[in-house]
Design a binder for this molecule. Structure first.
Ligand code: GLN
Length: 456
């Protein structure tokens, strides 16, 4: 009741949700009855969770933030959602996003613009802006998002919450609407590291419906946090932390740089050994990401033809049925990505764009591998600026893309990264949150969560 009440009060300004479940109270009452009967409850019993609307839910609409899927109700739950429900969680609703995850502010939703709870004249970040804002405004306890190039980490930073982008393949993508399949991961938001660890426990693991999901064993992410010795004054003793040089210079907000430096100092006080590490291929990641992501998107989005799912425009012949459904259903950013991707993959251009981007991807992967041999974790800001104003960058796609510089390399490398709130910069009403990004080797979520928890 408390969450639903807060949601009702705050939603007119924040607009995090595209759909709010009508069965929350009924599900909670069912749980009450279970408690009374003495039945064993799951680890997430009664926890209210928001789910990004590009993740399929059987009993609710799932639009991916696109008009082309208006009215679509999937016949199945995404594996991550199914597992959360099995653990007792209650889905409170579906959260807003940039159409199909393409964007960095949630202004690219086909339905509504979400506001940042810290200052409603600002963006919550994106594309999982609804999921981040909902946790930040305490409209739900935790939420699921997806991260193809930073869509969990950047909104976590803008909204002052914890955001985890796991290793590629750690969580099944079954039921996640594909944007760029080689980069997409499901991630989660919480108001603390423990929240994120508990959600990861519930959703991680192999799934026979997703061939790219990993067979690696799933550790107990939450219990590894409990074993931390609270009386140790140097709990991070000897941990080698590399601050990525290229993320702390030109084009990065001064306030963000000083918050990250202060966070690094705090890590040192806790016993970590801090050095600077240069990743020379860092700036190449951005153009490579946009070529690869658009190329994959142009292929993935061909399934939306007005026949298989959602909205269909009435037409006299098949070709115009496809054309008109897509012309009306897709927003401008999605159309631009399809065109960019189709161009990059065309005969004659393939070598110049797609192939070179793949070569850059190999370089980026290697540079992370090398840097993570001499360092246990790497740190950087999660975004080059704090939350900016709604409307500020909508007409400047290149400036918008440039804002993803801190996050896209991590997806190209497939490694995990955790964002923790680490300070505030001046701005907004009470200041604007800044997030610290911690990056580790593949399947090192446990380590990242431990460091994040100690830092917290
Ligand atoms: N802003 C990036 C993009 O538009 C990343 C989005 C994401 O991670 N889904 O592609």
């Amino acid at each position: 009741e408390e969450y639903l009440d807060r949601l009702r009060r705050t939603e007119p300004q924040i607009r995090s949700f595209l759909h709010v479940s009508e069965t929350v109270m009924r599900e909670a009452e069912d749980l009450d009855r279970l408690v009374e009967s003495g039945a064993e409850l799951g680890p997430l019993a009664g926890v209210l969770i928001g789910v990004k609307d590009n993740i399929c839910t059987v009993d609710m609409p799932s639009t991916g933030g696109s008009r082309i899927l208006e009215g679509y109700r999937p016949a199945f739950d995404a594996t991550a959602v199914r597992k959360l429900k099995e653990a007792g969680a209650i889905v409170i609703g579906k959260t807003n996003l940039d159409e199909f995850g393409m964007g960095s502010t949630t202004e690219g939703s086909g339905f509504q613009v979400t506001a940042n709870p810290w200052d409603v004249s600002r963006v919550p970040g994106g594309s999982s802006g609804g999921s981040a804002a909902a946790v930040s405004a305490r409209q739900c306890a935790v939420s699921l998002g997806s991260d193809t190039g930073g869509s969990v980490r950047q909104p976590a930073s803008f909204c002052g919450v914890v955001g985890l982008k796991p290793t590629y393949g750690r969580i099944s993508r079954f039921g996640l609407m594909s944007y760029a399949s080689s980069l997409d991961v499901i991630g989660c938001f919480g108001s603390s590291i423990i929240d994120a660890a508990i959600i990861l426990n519930a959703v991680a693991g192999h799934d026979r419906f997703d061939a790219t999901s990993s067979m690696n064993e799933v550790p107990d992410y939450a219990s590894c946090l409990i074993s931390i010795d609270q009386f140790d004054s140097k709990p991070l003793k000897g941990l080698r932390i590399g601050m990525i040089t290229e993320t702390m210079g030109d084009g990065v907000d001064m306030g963000v740089v000083s918050s990250i430096k202060a966070a690094a100092l705090h890590l040192e006080e806790l016993g970590a050994v801090l050095t600077e590490v240069s990743l020379p291929s860092f700036s190449l990641g951005l153009p490579a990401y946009y070529i690869l992501a658009s190329s994959e998107a142009s292929s993935n989005l061909s399934r939306y033809d007005g026949v298989r799912y959602g909205n269909q425009v009435a037409a006299d012949e098949l070709i115009s049925l496809y054309g008109d459904s897509r012309a009306i259903g897709f927003g401008p950013e999605v159309k631009m990505r399809i065109l960019m991707g189709t161009y990059a993959l065309s005969a004659g251009y393939y070598e110049a764009y797609y192939k070179r981007a793949q070569q850059v991807r190999t370089l980026v992967r290697k540079s992370f591998k090398d840097a993570l041999e001499t360092n246990d974790i790497l740190i950087s800001p999660a975004a080059p600026s704090p939350a900016f104003r709604i409307g500020e960058k909508v007409n400047d796609p290149l400036a918008m893309y440039a804002g993803d510089i801190m996050t896209v390399n991590v997806n190209l490398a497939g490694v995990p990264a955790l964002v923790v709130p680490c300070g505030f910069v001046e701005g907004g009403i009470v200041g604007l949150p800044v997030g610290l990004q911690m990056i580790g080797t593949s399947f090192s979520e446990e380590k990242l969560l431990r460091v994040g928890h100690i830092f917290e």
